[in-house]
Write a protein that binds this ligand. Structure first.
Ligand SMILES: Nc1nc2c(ncn2[C@@H]2O[C@H](COP(=O)(O)OP(=O)(O)OP(=O)(O)O)[C@@H](O)[C@H]2O)c(=O)[nH]1
Ligand SMILES: [Mg+2]
Length: 195
């Protein structure tokens, strides 16, 4: 169980990281539901800000979970109104985080279940795989698709991602499958803490 969750700090450069605990990075386009997902996982209403003006800050937000790992909330990508230089800064920040970071256990890539993978999502997924990073795909907003169409939609999305090893569709509204993600994250963290 996630018993304790605490916002620690926001940073742009990994040299400012709080300490050497394992990290799980959350990536996804603006508005996909990253902040809502952190709130669902930690069972808190307002731990991560659910934004009405998306994609403004270029900061990596560190949340300490159960005193033994960090959930890292990255700003959303693919935010159209962001300036070109801000987009470049975002890409540089994320690349640094992925390339030179021994504490990063895996990346959780969030995709909108209703919208399906966008071009940005597919590029990001491919980029992560090329770097050899393990990716767990979480599809958000499952509640937006009628139950009768969910199976077909899941199959479609998985196909577009060439059948990822781990794919879990969730809802931050109904909390469906949040427990599955929680169990998965905690068991993966347990493996590195007690090998
Ligand atoms: N129906 C539904 N709405 C959701 C779900 N998750 C998030 N939302 C809504 O989607 C909007 C964006 O959610 P956020 O959690 O702020 O998204 P974000 O990825 O953190 O956005 P940025 O911080 O801008 O990158 C909000 O209005 C949420 O209430 C979900 O599972 N189902
Ligand atoms: Mg957010």
């Amino acid at each position: 169980m996630i018993k304790e969750a605490m916002y620690i700090k926001s940073l742009t450069d990994l040299k400012d990281k709080p300490d050497v605990l394992p990290q799980i990075l959350l990536l996804g386009r603006s508005n996909v539901g990253k902040s809502s997902f952190i709130n669902s996982l930690t069972n808190r209403k307002n731990l991560a800000r659910v934004s009405k003006t998306p994609g403004k800050t270029l900061l990596l937000n560190f949340y300490l979970i159960n005193q033994n790992f960090y959930l890292v909330d990255a700003p959303g990508y693919g935010y159209a109104r962001r300036s070109k230089s801000l987009k470049d800064d975002f890409i540089i920040m994320i690349e640094k985080f992925l390339l030179d970071n021994q504490d990063l256990l895996f990346v959780c890539l969030l995709i909108d279940f209703k919208v399906g993978p966008t071009k940005d999502d597919l590029n990001t997924y491919q980029f992560l795989r090329q770097l050899g990073r393990e990716v767990i795909v979480v599809a958000t907003k499952k509640d937006k698709i009628p139950k009768t169409k969910q199976f077909k939609q899941e199959k479609l999305i998985k196909g577009m991602l060439s059948n990822p090893e781990i794919f879990i569709a969730i809802s931050n509204v109904t909390k469906e499958n949040i427990d599955k993600v929680e169990t998965l994250f905690l068991s993966r963290i347990d493996e590195v803490i007690h090998p």
